[in-house]
Design a protein. Structure first.
Lengths: 193, 201
């Protein structure tokens, strides 16, 4: 594994990828591939589809790196957004059975692997913030983000007016932003090695 | 439908395609929504960390990097040049050259789909990738060359054309040219034909 780029920021790596530097893409994958795969697997619940989604997302990074604008947001956000979009597109296209309830037991297992304390820390932090949301907001966020349901599908599935779903998603996401930004839980989102 | 209401749903990828398009049109003329979307997108992306993440299979990394190598979206057009005077003048070719030592070229022959990529690592180890190249003619082979500035071409490996990527033998110094010629089967010690590809790194 080439770690010679390990000292570079995500944004610098994207700039190198825009110049066709393959090792920069490899480094970005080494930083975010596992999170990307975990996310795609949770949404798609199928290893082959998850791999496809991750691959397409990283090739999207490769193809469009020159259009990434650092001022608009973090590179990690951009990458994970691409992964999420690919996975959601796939789950809708495949018309696969999506989770009705997203209980914790349905999450992929990590078999006690502790090779990345950073990922575990982030997971616990996000899960703690989610657990502090009102149930209705958490349900809307989880079904939308991890289930790949559109707001219209959610309104139908939950038997609620569309306006209610919209405000739950907005309220939930805004509250998450505040919870994740609270002092004491603050952390650098930049991967450091 | 008020597009302002759709920011959170858009950040969560929870819009139907036509709704997303309408929102994107609105976004182009609403600074307030752009700012709010940037914030909410950071938050929604953080949800990606909320799942336990088993390691992906190692083949995924390989597959992504191989596919990236074969892509030609990042290519920079390169005019093919004649192999002039003992092969040295090739160094003057119009080239793709970036700080990290990467030369990329799209051949402008009658087969516009062919794309070459030379990736040079920090140590000078290099990989040559090509897509759209048919196999070498019978009794012939493709041969790669490394041409250090001001020096004679050094053989850098043979390949039949059916492979998409090969690691060059030897290292590529700064400002060297990487070239490919068609040679008799078994290869040559000096290039005997006009290069079908040349790029300065």
């Amino acid at each position: 594994m080439n770690r010679q780029l390990a000292h570079l920021s995500d944004e610098a790596l994207v700039a190198l990828a825009a110049r066709s530097e393959q090792s920069a893409l490899a480094e970005l994958y080494d930083r975010y591939g596992r999170t990307a795969y975990g996310l795609a697997l949770r949404i798609l619940r199928d290893q082959a589809l998850a791999e496809d989604a991750v691959q397409e997302a990283f090739l999207g990074v490769w193809r469009t790196a020159s259009r990434f604008v650092p001022e608009r947001g973090r590179a990690s956000t951009w990458i994970l957004t691409l992964v999420h979009r690919r996975a959601v597109d796939a789950v809708r296209r495949e018309q696969r059975r999506r989770a009705v309830s997203l209980d914790r037991a349905a999450e992929p297992s990590v078999d006690g692997v502790e090779e990345d304390a950073w990922l575990r820390f982030q997971r616990e932090r996000v899960q703690a913030a989610l657990s502090r949301l009102p149930d209705a907001q958490r349900e809307a966020l989880e079904l939308a983000y991890y289930g790949g349901f559109s707001q219209s599908e959610l309104a139908e599935r939950l038997g609620q007016p569309l306006g209610t779903i919209k405000s739950r998603m907005f309220g939930g996401l805004s509250r998450m932003r505040d919870l994740l930004g609270e002092p004491g839980t603050e952390t650098s989102w930049t991967h450091t090695t | 439908m008020d597009p302002h209401d759709l920011t959170a749903a858009y950040a969560l990828d929870a819009l139907e395609p036509e709704e997303a398009e309408a929102y994107e049109r609105h976004l182009s003329r609403c600074e307030e929504c752009r700012e709010q979307l940037a914030e909410l997108t950071e938050t929604s992306a953080a949800l990606a960390y909320g799942s336990a993440a088993p390691p992906p299979p190692p083949r995924l990394r390989t597959s992504i990097l191989d596919a990236a190598a074969a892509e030609r979206s990042n290519v920079v057009p390169l005019r093919q040049r004649r192999w002039v005077s003992r092969g040295l003048a090739v160094a003057a070719a119009a080239v793709a050259c970036v700080a990290v030592g990467l030369g990329v070229a799209l051949s402008q022959s009658s087969k516009p789909q062919r794309a070459w990529t030379v990736s040079v690592g920090p140590t000078g180890r290099a990989t040559l990738s090509v897509s759209g190249l048919s196999g070498a003619p019978h009794g012939k082979t493709y041969e790669a060359w490394i041409i250090p500035a001001g020096k004679d071409p050094q053989p850098a490996g043979l390949f039949p054309g059916s492979t998409s990527a090969m690691r060059l033998s030897g290292t590529v110094p700064r400002h060297a040219v990487v070239a490919v010629t068609v040679e008799p089967a078994g290869g040559s010690t000096k290039p005997t034909s006009t290069p079908i590809f040349a790029a300065k790194t």
